[in-house]
Design a protein around this ligand. Structure first.
Ligand SMILES: [Zn+2]
Length: 347
């Protein structure tokens, strides 16, 4: 089988090329946020970061981390880095504390999102000939629109079904021969229940993309067996620009490929924010390299994961592979100054 890529050049470039590209883009990003936003400029000045002397990847750990609390404190547009008339779209997540997280997009940001999402679809074997049913809502939450922008970029047949009305959802999928579906995991469970009640199947469906919730291996297996499809775990957060921006697993299902030409990912000790050795569990910290309106620079996510490999994958892609999220930093236990993660206790 010949491997398909949406963007063969960027997805398969060598580790050396990727690192060089990240270095150039990081320097440009530090300058962009410094010049474009007062909140960033003040933080960088306090940390002694000068965009003219900033050394790129070698200086990355000198940048102070930012977090969800900063987003909430700067609600709604305090971290915007471009003039307001350049914004073409916004989304927001509800947030557990009540103050939403707002994400802003220029046209270039929408294009970047669409590119990342289209790469994810191709990772799952999709082409422009596929029929894509979008079940997340096309509204304030980023899920539906991310799926839509990516589908348009790929050029497939899009059914913007949105959530709910599961009987109609199934009828649409049967009548229009849906081959690919995007859903949150819990909604896929609902579709499987209703299919069983109706004694129906979806014979045309071949692939499903699921995200935004904890996705266990047992649940993946259940969906594979019940629907007879290949299952992918799609990554992205409101703060990184939405669904699909970070990446996804490939057909070898050996970890999440993160789009490293668009994002730097660090796995760090959650107390010191210094990198831990590859393979060790730590907090995921993300820097966006190509987003304009509201990029994140060293955003600490609170999610725990580890590096599986930085070597070229069997699929030919060079981009890093991370383990599924194993927990939250908040759940981490510190015993006598040593970080203990719940997953280690399990082992
Ligand atoms: Zn791969």
């Amino acid at each position: 089988m010949t491997e398909m890529y949406f963007n063969p050049v960027e997805e398969t470039m060598s580790r050396e090329q990727l690192t060089a590209l990240q270095d150039v883009r990081l320097k440009a990003m530090v300058k962009h946020v410094y010049e474009g936003n007062e909140w960033y400029r003040k933080r960088f000045q306090e940390a002694g970061i000068n965009p003219d002397t900033f050394a790129g990847l070698a200086d990355l750990e000198k940048i102070p981390v930012m977090g969800k609390l900063d987003f909430r404190a700067q609600y709604p547009e305090g971290m915007r880095c471009v003039p307001r008339d350049q914004i073409v779209e916004m989304h927001q997540s509800s947030g557990s504390t009540g103050t939403p997280v707002v994400m802003l997009y220029t046209q270039a940001d929408v294009d970047q999102w669409a590119e990342c999402m289209a790469r994810c679809y191709v990772l799952g074997g999709m082409t422009s000939k596929d029929v894509l049913q979008i079940t997340p809502g096309l509204g304030l939450f980023n899920g539906g629109f991310g799926c839509f922008h990516g589908g348009r970029k790929l050029g497939c047949y899009i059914i913007p079904a949105g959530p709910g009305n599961t009987v109609r959802q199934i009828k649409l999928a049967k009548d229009l021969h849906t081959t690919a579906i995007v859903a949150v995991v819990s909604y896929c469970t609902r579709i499987m229940e209703v299919l069983a009640e109706l004694k129906e199947t979806l014979p045309d469906l071949k692939v499903g993309f699921f995200g935004s919730e904890t996705f266990t291996e047992a649940m993946k297996q259940k969906i594979r067996e019940t629907l007879g499809i290949d299952v992918y775990d799609i990554w992205g957060m409101t703060e990184t620009g939405g669904i699909g921006t970070l990446g996804q697993d490939c057909r070898f299902h050996c970890g999440t490929h993160v789009w490293e030409d668009h994002y730097i990912v660090e796995i760090v000790d959650p107390k010191t924010y210094k990198a831990v050795p590859d393979g060790e569990s730590g907090e995921l910290v993300v820097t966006s390299l190509t987003r304009q309106a509201l990029p994140v620079v060293r955003f600490h996510t609170g999610d725990l994961t580890h590096v599986i490999s930085r070597n070229r994958c069997s699929c030919g892609r060079s981009h890093i592979r991370l383990a599924p999220i194993t927990g939250r930093v908040d759940d981490m236990i510190i015993i006598k100054g040593v970080n203990i993660f719940p997953s280690q206790v399990e082992k």
